[in-house]
Design a protein around this ligand. Structure first.
Ligand code: UDP
Ligand code: MG
Length: 319
């Protein structure tokens, strides 16, 4: 019987454990009868400090395991840890907060299982209604930067909520990047992919864990680990201002030669100092970001550390 593995990273989600367990039971029954698939649930505890593990232990049934990380490593790495634990022919990734509608999950499974020409079916969020224009412009700029002059394209607003064949899971696991930008990795690995739009449900439990600052951080991480374009823009700007400076210097020289010395031009001096000072600082920061990518890779630490693996059988023997 082919197996569908579902990977679910969680951080302090005890509030939705019972609902998630119901969700999984329903899924198990339906994929069994419709597609002849059996279900394997792989949860990843990304450093929760509530009683999430106990809550899941109480409610989950069937074939499940929880990989407990030694601390919070972030959702991207938690997903990687979960992928490593899967043994299924298909792997689907969903959130623990039930924002991914049941119907869309079934649709993902149906699209992939019924279509040997596809390797991945991903979802694209289409609820940009509440989001401000500023954020929208920011995200456009982000996708433009990241996709500029690349051989692959990162689709806008495609998330981790997706299903893939085992070969794609294997490919993702061969990428050992320390700074993991999943959206970029999914595109980079290639394969035959298809996107379907969906509208996420309301979150159950506490608020989303992504602050705006965290989103900006993730964007910088994505750009610096996937695109060299920002550096190139600064190189070109630097070269252009350099040429401009030379020409301007030449003009001043000629003026001095033909008209004698004259000292107006204090404002233009200040402008030049401020502009070049600003460019320099910005570029130094940017180089620092890229350098940090290099340093993180060079340290060559493991991606995450496992504290324990919980399974139904180990319930009694647990201390
Ligand atoms: N999550 C995680 N580690 C983190 C942050 C979040 O494993 O450091 C989990 C979280 O429990 C949820 C999923 O990742 O299952 C998505 O998180 P959230 O709902 O906060 O993000 P959003 O839905 O706003 O993208
Ligand atoms: Mg959520």
């Amino acid at each position: 019987m082919p197996v569908l593995s579902v990977v679910i990273p969680f951080l302090n989600e005890s509030g939705s454990a019972a609902r998630l367990a119901d969700f999984l039971r329903r899924l198990e029954a339906e994929i069994g009868s419709r597609f002849g698939l059996s279900l394997e649930t792989v949860l990843v505890d990304d450093g929760s400090h509530d009683d999430s593990i106990d809550a899941y232990r109480r409610h989950l049934t069937g074939n499940w395991k929880i990989a407990e990380l030694s601390r919070n490593f972030g959702k991207e790495i938690a997903l990687f840890a979960g992928l490593e634990q899967t043994s299924g022919d298909y792997v689907m990734m969903i959130d623990a907060d039930l924002q991914h509608p049941y119907g869309v999950c079934m649709q993902l499974i149906e699209e992939l299982v019924g279509n040997p020409a596809l390797d991945v079916v991903y979802t694209v969020r289409d609820d940009r209604r509440q989001e401000s224009l500023k954020k929208d412009l920011g995200s456009r700029l982000f996708y433009w930067l990241i996709n500029f002059q690349q051989r692959y394209r990162v689709p806008e607003n495609a998330g981790d909520f997706r299903i893939m064949r085992r070969r794609v899971r294997d490919a993702l696991l061969t990428v050992r990047d320390k700074r993991r930008f999943n959206k970029g990795l999914y595109a980079w690995t290639g394969f035959r992919q298809k996107g379907i739009p969906y509208t996420p449900d309301e979150r159950i439990g506490s608020a989303s864990r992504w602050s705006r600052l965290a989103l900006i951080g993730l964007s910088v991480e994505g750009i610096t680990s996937f695109s060299v374009i920002p550096l190139r823009i600064f190189s070109i700007m630097g070269a252009m201002t350099g040429v401009f400076g030379l020409l301007y210097g030449l003009k001043i020289l000629l003026e001095v030669l033909f008209h004698g010395i004259d000292v107006p031009g204090y404002p233009s001096l200040m402008v030049a100092v401020a502009v070049f000072g600003g460019f320099n600082l910005a570029l130094l920061g940017l180089i620092g970001e890229y350098l940090w990518v290099g340093v993180s890779e060079a340290k060559n630490r493991p991606l995450y550390i496992l504290r324990d693996i919980h399974t139904p059988d180990r319930e009694e023997t647990r201390q």
